[in-house]
Design a protein around this ligand. Structure first.
Ligand SMILES: Cc1ncc(COP(=O)(O)O)c(C=O)c1O
Length: 301
């Protein structure tokens, strides 16, 4: 398992709806939409040295996901920012923290899936924890391809960052039973889409390639890597990619807020020979590190 309990999180305060409470009191009702149907949207954010990285982009994606799901009352940017600042300040978190931001459709008057049963307003949860990047980015991770296909817009658009994570959780179970760190998910046509929790990139002949964002979440870290490629004049292709291309890549890495940029050492038992692509990966990774040091929403405390 990649994550363990961190004792520093034993007494954290969590923001729920309109107030901060101790983690032991941080609960939603059994009538909440998240319990009833996974009917909520979420974001994972990271705090680096007094700044929340890509804060506005994450809030925008949260609000857009909620709009797609037709939430009746989506909190505005200022409300969310104030709640996040309050939570971080109460926990004295200015660095090395991860925020799980969740917006549920709120409480229902009775159990059921109809959003019209939600009469009490949406519920914002700000869960900030001490958390280092979850993967070992120096030794890398292994992947196994799962039989679970990543949702395409034909079924459930992966651009909605929703809490009904069973598509990803089933994939993660495949990885667990196979002894791999994470699962590589294909789209409905058999092209590589992303892992159960991150986007994927490969390097070949000094160019980078990443799957088109048809079935994957267009991750914020993914977009930063594409931006870095543009500014560093590295050719970057977003296209359909097959497993064979990944097996024979010069380097493979995953991207995500939770784990940052993580080398992949093995896919389906095929070792990724990373010698040729490592230099380019190190360059992209150091540009990413610089962004985390220089950009972000400044904390007011
Ligand atoms: C399925 C999936 N892919 C990719 C990502 C990475 O996205 P980001 O870079 O915005 O953190 C996430 C993050 O939540 C995810 O859940």
């Amino acid at each position: 398992m990649q994550q363990k309990f961190d004792n520093r999180n034993e007494d954290i305060l969590v923001f729920i709806k309109d107030k901060l409470v101790h983690r032991n009191e941080a609960k939603v009702s059994v009538f909440d939409s998240s319990v009833q149907g996974g009917d909520a949207v979420w974001e994972g954010l990271r705090v680096y040295d007094g700044k929340i990285f890509c804060f506005e982009k994450h809030v925008n994606r949260l609000q857009e996901s909620a709009k797609t799901l037709c939430f009746a009352d989506i909190p505005d940017f200022e409300f969310i920012r104030t709640a996040v600042f309050k939570t971080l300040e109460a926990n004295k978190m200015r660095d090395g923290a991860h925020i799980r931001l969740t917006l549920t459709r709120g409480e229902k008057i009775t159990s059921g899936m109809d959003p019209r049963l939600n009469t009490k307003g949406s519920c914002l949860i700000v869960l900030a924890e001490w958390k280092e990047p979850v993967y070992d980015n120096s030794s890398g991770i292994t992947l196994v391809t799962t039989h679970i296909r990543r949702n395409s817009p034909q079924f459930l658009d992966s651009k909605i960052h929703h809490n009904n994570l069973l598509n990803n959780i089933l994939a993660k179970i495949s990885a667990n039973v196979s002894g791999a760190d994470d699962a590589l998910m294909l789209d409905e046509n058999g092209f590589v889409s992303e892992t159960n929790a991150t986007n994927v990139f490969m390097i070949k002949n000094n160019c980078i390639h990443t799957p088109s964002a048809d079935s994957c979440l267009p991750g914020i870290t993914r977009s930063l890597v594409i931006r870095i490629a543009e500014s560093e004049r590295i050719r970057c292709f977003e296209r359909n990619l097959s497993l064979s291309e990944f097996y024979n890549a010069d380097f493979v890495f995953t991207t995500g807020t939770m784990g940052e940029l993580t080398p992949v050492t093995r896919i389906d038992g095929r070792e990724i020979d990373s010698r040729k692509g490592k230099e380019l990966f190190d360059k992209i990774n150091s540009c990413f590190r610089k962004l985390t040091e220089t950009e972000g929403e400044l904390l007011p405390f």
